[in-house]
Write a new protein. Sequence first.
Length: 367
Amino acid sequence: MATIVGVRFKNAGKLYYFDPGELWPVPGNFVIVETARGMEYGQVITGVREVNDDLITPPLKTILRIANERDAHHAEENTRFEKEAYQVCQRKIEEHKLDMKLVGVEQTFDNTKLLFYFTANGRVDFRSLVKDLASVFRTRIELRQIGVRDEAKMLGGLGPCGRPICCGSFLGDFQPVSIKMAKEQNLSLNPTKISGVCGRLMCCLKYEEDHYEQTRRNMPKLGKDVETPDGFGIVIDLNVLKETVTVRVRKGDSSELKTYPVTDIRWFRPPQAQPKPSQEQDRMPRKHARKAEPAAVPLHQPDTHDGIHDADVDPMLLDEDLSAEFDALQPPTHHEPLTQELEEQQAPSFWQRAVADALRNAKDNQG
């Protein structure tokens, strides 16, 4: 188990984890930490807790100290300086006539690096711009090209719903969004209606996707024949949020539209495919079934019996041989014999007598 604390460096930014060490900061405190780009001033979001070692990437950097008033004042000075550096960089871009749009500027807490974020349609040769900025600010300069979603996150704004955009308010990471989500939610595929201020698909399409997928599994598809309390009909519309189904119910030569809860609708659902048994498991029951089947008793015709003519057979011997053959063909049983039921179903006695009578008639006719 590892002890961690979550720290965020800017509003709606990504959450980073650090080792609290001997300090125990509470959510809301500001701390000074060491990062890959230098010392940073951040706010504690999640308090001290223990997690499994598999959930973190060691080694974790340790929190240097809890920020004081002097650190807070220095962070405000850096914020004012970033606004001035933005204006200077914007003029330099116009002087060098570069096809790029400056989005924001960040300075590390220890003033060792200045980062400029920009967007562009393609690759930009900004080597001359970097040299010019380094001669003005006398520090390390770094330019980073970002995408339109990151631009919207940094600038903020209002979405089509009238509220502040999600990525600038609370989203830490961007989730993948596809046009399939808009189709599942039965939204208009007009790009202007399902796109955010960044020009990409709105992030809120992801929020209800899991609910739509789970609910649609328990609802019939469009065009499906269903049975309603008022008769049979065809599904023409689904409301996933209300979990209702609109059906065109047949009424003789006409039809009418009615809406029912999905619990009142019945339709054919194909059974789920069962896993096929292996060849060894499939063969074993067949072998046992063959052994358990009782052997069929051969039915003899009255004129011949296994190649022996009627004139050469004694009726008494035939009765005994057939009885012995019948007893040998019966499967072995270990339970008590039935009395009344067995006597009623003794079929061999009937055809044995019929064969004996036929042989006697044949001898009389020959005599």
